[in-house]
Design a binder for this molecule. Structure first.
Ligand SMILES: [Zn+2]
Length: 48
């Protein structure tokens, strides 16, 4: 399970429906929604 900081909850939450995506600069990131409030979350995964 991927975790990311939720902007709304202001704490780390588990990411629901996490999907890997590649940004324009070639970096990988995870997109999903907060399990608690449903806010969209985005987490940059660093190096490949
Ligand atoms: Zn949240």
């Amino acid at each position: 399970m991927v975790k990311a900081r939720c902007m709304k909850c202001r704490v780390e939450r588990e990411m629901k429906d996490a999907k890997e995506t590649t940004m324009k600069n070639g970096r990988k990131a995870m997109k999903g929604v907060c399990v608690n409030c449903g806010t969209n979350m985005f987490r940059i995964m660093g190096k490949k």
